[in-house]
Design a protein around this ligand. Structure first.
Ligand code: ZN
Length: 143
């Protein structure tokens, strides 16, 4: 009879230990996962003169600096906006004040519209001759 009681006590104790053990390593494992901010900072280099954070991650087809985070694939500067500035809808356009496409410094980014971005781009003389309306969106998103 005493043996059964000891057995039950041991079982209860090991359940408590297992629960406590389960909570703590779980918490540590969560904090080990890099945040979006950490990923972006780790893969960019500060350009000291302009203050630009130059993305040195994956460049997709020579056009868009792409990040994959939490299963989502987006342009790096759009992820930067999400990380430091907040929500972003698909319609929102993240533009560069510094005109450096590789820059992901949130202080150099602003939200614009497609129309405003296109006129800004034209004013700066960066419109590519012969661009088709089909890939215009892709081209605009680069800036
Ligand atoms: Zn910049």
């Amino acid at each position: 009879m005493t043996l059964v009681l000891y057995g039950l006590l041991w079982l209860a104790l090991s359940i408590v230990v297992a629960l406590l053990w389960g909570i703590h390593p779980g918490g540590d494992a969560m904090s080990d996962k890099p945040t979006l901010e950490q990923v972006l900072r780790a893969k960019s280099v500060l350009e000291p003169i302009s203050g630009c954070w130059l993305w040195r991650g994956f460049l997709n087809r020579g056009r868009l600096w792409v990040v994959t985070y939490a299963g989502k694939r987006r342009a790096a500067h759009r992820f930067s906006w999400l990380a430091w500035r907040g929500e972003l809808s698909e319609k929102d356009l993240v533009c560069h004040r510094c005109d450096v496409p590789a820059c992901i410094n949130p202080d150099h980014l602003f939200l614009g519209t497609h129309a405003a971005n296109a006129s800004d781009r034209n004013a700066k003389g960066r419109q590519i001759a012969g661009i088709s309306s089909h890939n215009q969106n892709l081209q605009i998103k680069m800036y």
